[in-house]
Design a protein around this ligand. Sequence first.
Ligand code: ZN
Length: 231
Amino acid sequence: MRRISLIILVLILCAIGLREVSRSTTWQIMGDLIHHGDRNQKVIALTFDDGPTAKYTAEILEILKAHQVPATFFLIGKFVDERPQSVAQIAQHGHEIGNHSYSHKRMALRTPAWIRTELIKTDQAIRHVGYTGPIQFRPPFGRKLLMLPYVLSSDNRTTYMWSLAPEADLGTDATADQIAHYTINATKPGDILLLHLMYSHRDQVRAALPQIIIGLKSQGYTFVTLSNLPL
Ligand SMILES: [Zn+2]
């Protein structure tokens, strides 16, 4: 009985350990992972995950245009195929487009073949709209374990995570003012900021974006795309 309890305890600890490894924003088992840029330069990379949604893409692009800052959009391949016009708009505005998988399913426990299909289909969908810039990769939910890092490193691709995620830190009830205030105070040189702006229930995050940009500019920050982030 004691032995069975011990085995169960070890299995639980292993499961918790693997879960923590899969969720880590700073480490993976092999290949390159970037979660921030040069900590000595006052630069920040805005990164927006998910979408595009037809409804909010134009609104987000207008904010960025009004404040003359670039961003990196990690888009979901199936939505790129469904809404190519929104993707073309993002590209025409000069922003960077990243690969955020095709189906946005968790990738941690998948086979290399399944992972490669997700990567390739999304790259193809992004290129199909005429985007010619770099395509970096960020895993859905930030989850990766063994096979995803293996596939990425054998394809010479980097995993791009983040160093600041105000929505995760503050919870979904935060107001635009709270999100902006928190983000401006928490930002450090070289940060990669993660926001989800493409959903209707993220109106407070969209409303916070202009405040965040104005606040960080007044502190002397320069905004860059992920591929232009000094490391
Ligand atoms: Zn996502």
